[in-house]
Design a protein around this ligand. Structure first.
Ligand code: AKG
Length: 311
């Protein structure tokens, strides 16, 4: 397997992301969409706590820290769009009620599709992705989480600006996201917006805060990062220079792969269109000696550790 070309690696290092059009075959896209529809139609509401999902950092998102979320690292679980649920609990059940059919109400499915769903496992843990990881210099890449982000028509929520290493912190930072468009994604249906080059220290790309488990209690919080803030090899960029912000709104077709540097600032808007924007993403961290996985990260390794990309 050939991995990335030198030009592609150079683009990723300069900009903090890289788009690989037509990475998935039509057969793979079809199989992933069929699996997505099966998952969305078949899950049971009876035992579901009706957990919403947002990635905002205000107090109203405290529900994200509940047990259903914190223990989803080795499971396939379903998180609802806030706009798909009533704000007041139903007087009979004491729970929020769905305002949409369940398959149109899910914001995301996570966080272990890469181990538990055969079609998603096949496009995640394979030699082709291992070759990309080799091109990016990984020593022992580990896939630690995966998500299907649904961006439902007209209610699919915005994902605020963030850096993936805030959520998946290693010392030093090493996360890279693999993000696949399963449907066309462009302006108007909540595509990705990338701040070009914002992963660089001189453009403010340091990891300044981290999403962590609360000490001594259930739940999560953002804490100040006191560890290294840039990946190994990027530390020399710590000088501060005035820079211009360059937001690139990606327009990608179904089947494209977008590689996302763990320090690059990115976001996505609300999907205000009439069509869904399904995307599948998994994240890779360095599991090699000299990189420590942080014990306060919301996601903790399952027994046996995170999935190896190099076999
Ligand atoms: O798919 C999206 O809308 C956002 C994805 C994202 O920001 C991420 O995977 O880090």
């Amino acid at each position: 397997m050939s991995g990335l070309t030198e030009d592609q690696v150079a683009f990723f290092r300069e900009n903090g992301y890289l788009v690989l059009p037509d990475y998935l075959s039509q057969t793979e896209i079809t199989s992933l969409l069929e699996e997505t529809n099966t998952l969305l139609n078949d899950f049971s509401l009876e035992t579901h706590p009706l957990t919403q999902f947002t990635t905002g950092d205000d107090d109203s998102t405290a529900h994200v820290g509940d047990d259903y979320f914190l223990n989803s690292g080795d499971k396939i679980r379903f998180f609802f769009e806030p706009d798909a649920l009533t704000t007041e609990p139903d007087p009979l059940t004491g729970r929020a009620a769905l305002l949409k059919p369940k398959n149109l109400a899910v914001n995301k499915i996570g966080h272990s599709l890469h181990t538990l769903s055969p079609p998603f496992k096949a496009v995640s843990l394979n030699e082709r992705n291992a070759a990309i990881a080799r091109s990016l210099g990984f020593v022992d890449p580990r896939v630690l989480q995966s998500m299907l982000i649904c961006k439902q028509p007209s209610i699919g929520g915005a994902v605020p600006s963030h850096q993936d290493s805030e959520f998946l912190y290693t010392d030093p930072p090493s996360a890279v996201g693999w993000w696949y468009a399963l449907q066309d994604a462009g302006p108007g249906n909540g595509t990705l917006g990338m701040w070009k080059g914002s992963h660089k220290g001189r453009k403010g790309g340091h990891i300044k805060r981290r999403f962590a488990r609360k000490e001594g209690s259930l739940g999560t919080e953002f804490i100040q990062n006191e560890g290294p803030s840039l990946p190994r090899g990027q530390e020399e960029e710590k000088v501060s220079e005035p820079t211009e912000d360059e937001l690139e709104i990606l327009h990608v077709n179904a089947g494209s792969l977008v590689l996302i540097h763990g320090n690059v600032v990115h976001k996505s808007e609300k999907n205000t269109s009439e069509r869904s924007r399904y995307a599948y993403t998994f994240h890779v961290i360095e599991g090699g000696e000299g990189w420590e996985y942080d014990e306060r990260n919301w996601l903790q390794p399952p027994e046996g550790g995170f999935s190896k990309l190099y076999q």
